[in-house]
Design a protein. Structure first.
Length: 389
């Protein structure tokens, strides 16, 4: 996600500074190189040696004659992005007023003047975050193009955002916004058909692929709507649905303003008549299954011009059979491309998929993606860039 990205990590005097060692490790796990700067207040909370260990680089604790701020964040500087995490109310106010009295604020002023992207993750007590002056400072700095990662409001504190949210914001700040001004609807995970108040019919889909696609599209600048039976995520507007019928209704409405639809969910093919009370156990029982409407077919009928991407899972590892099933789906619904894979990848971190586009006449014409589902999400997002260009 951050391969080859140079991150200048500014650490200020919030107690959340204790989390920056793991944050630096996570940035590096995602492929980034990291160099840290610290304020005096931050050094009272975490020792510079901890960040030196985490980054394997010297830590800037003062600005000297070597003009470290220019070396890192100047026009010809090392950093691709300045990440300030955590950022105190004091630091945000200083950045808004161009006050340069710490290595972090001096680097921020330099980065703003040099058009180096800046990402800020605030952390403070909630009353400080709600102070009109702090909110004004955030608004002012945001108006300059700085990206803020909203804190988590818990226990009357504006706690620093999760590592995942911060890393995603850094990726978005350093990735070309090739999907800017687009709205993409993505379905993800499994649906569940209610049998009785306790039991459901469902499947093994984890939602990892759909979430990876949503995140990859967000990183490229898209406005993403994620339709799934899952929690809110930091990179998309979530519409929570459970059944196939609920998902179809949500997607149909969301597609009115969409530029593309990616249907990655494993949507139930059958539903049942819901029992009003728990069905007794310990005896044989027959469930009468009724087919559900096909989401892609229904959306295509309602939105004939909408670019759409479908998924096709089969219980076969034979590429020719996968290609034929994907081609039939592509041609029936007029899809931009189909992602075909063996159903055994459900719930796994790794995947193998065949991307069958409009021009593919045989499996030899197709791109085969092998690796993590995050990587597959990136490849699908890149394909969408070409499709919507």
């Amino acid at each position: 996600m951050l391969d080859g990205v140079n991150v200048a990590l500014g650490v200020t005097g919030s107690i959340a500074a204790v989390k920056t060692v793991e944050l630096a490790h996570e940035l590096r796990r995602q492929g980034a190189s990291v160099r840290a700067l610290m304020t005096d207040s931050a050094r009272g909370i975490i020792h510079p040696w901890a960040l030196e260990y985490a980054t394997e680089r010297d830590v800037v604790t003062e600005i000297t004659g070597r003009v470290e701020h220019v070396d890192l964040c100047g026009r010809e500087g090392w950093a691709d992005v300045l990440l300030i995490a955590p950022a105190t109310a004091n630091t945000v106010g200083k950045i808004a007023g161009a006050v340069d009295d710490t290595p972090v604020t001096t680097a921020a002023t330099t980065a703003l003047g040099a058009d180096v992207p800046i990402v800020i993750a605030p952390a403070m007590h909630e009353p400080m975050y709600d102070h009109p002056g702090v909110l004004d400072a955030i608004d002012r700095v945001e108006s300059w193009g700085v990206e803020f990662v909203d804190p988590r409001i818990e226990e009357r504190k504006a706690k620093i955002a999760t590592e995942a949210a911060i890393v995603t914001a850094v990726a978005r700040a350093t990735t070309p916004d090739s999907l800017a001004d687009t709205s993409i609807v993505i379905t993800s995970g499994a649906t569940s058909e209610t049998i009785d108040p306790i039991r459901v019919l469902t499947n093994r889909a984890s939602g990892a692929t759909g979430e990876a696609i949503a995140r990859a599209c967000h990183i490229r600048g898209a406005d993403v709507t994620l339709v799934h039976d899952g929690p809110d995520v930091h990179y998309a507007e979530v519409i929570e649905t459970e059944s196939a019928a609920e998902m179809l209704a949500a997607v149909d409405t969301a597609s009115n303003d969409a530029d593309a639809l990616v249907s990655a969910a494993a949507i139930a093919d059958y539903t049942v008549q819901e029992a009003s009370a728990k069905l007794r156990s310990g005896e044989a029982r027959t469930l009468e299954l009724e087919p559900t409407p096909k989401l892609l077919d229904s959306v295509r009928q309602a939105h004939p011009e909408l670019p759409m991407v479908g998924f096709k899972a089969e219980t076969t590892s034979d590429d020719k059979s996968l290609f034929e099933a994907a081609t039939a789906l592509r041609d029936r619904v007029d899809l931009s491309f189909v992602v075909a894979n063996d159903a055994t990848v459900m719930g796994e971190a790794e995947t193998r998929a065949i991307l069958v586009d409009r021009e593919a006449g045989s499996v030899n014409d197709c791109e085969v993606v092998e690796g993590s589902k995050v990587y597959l999400g990136d490849r699908i997002a890149d394909r969408l860039v070409t499709e919507l260009d």
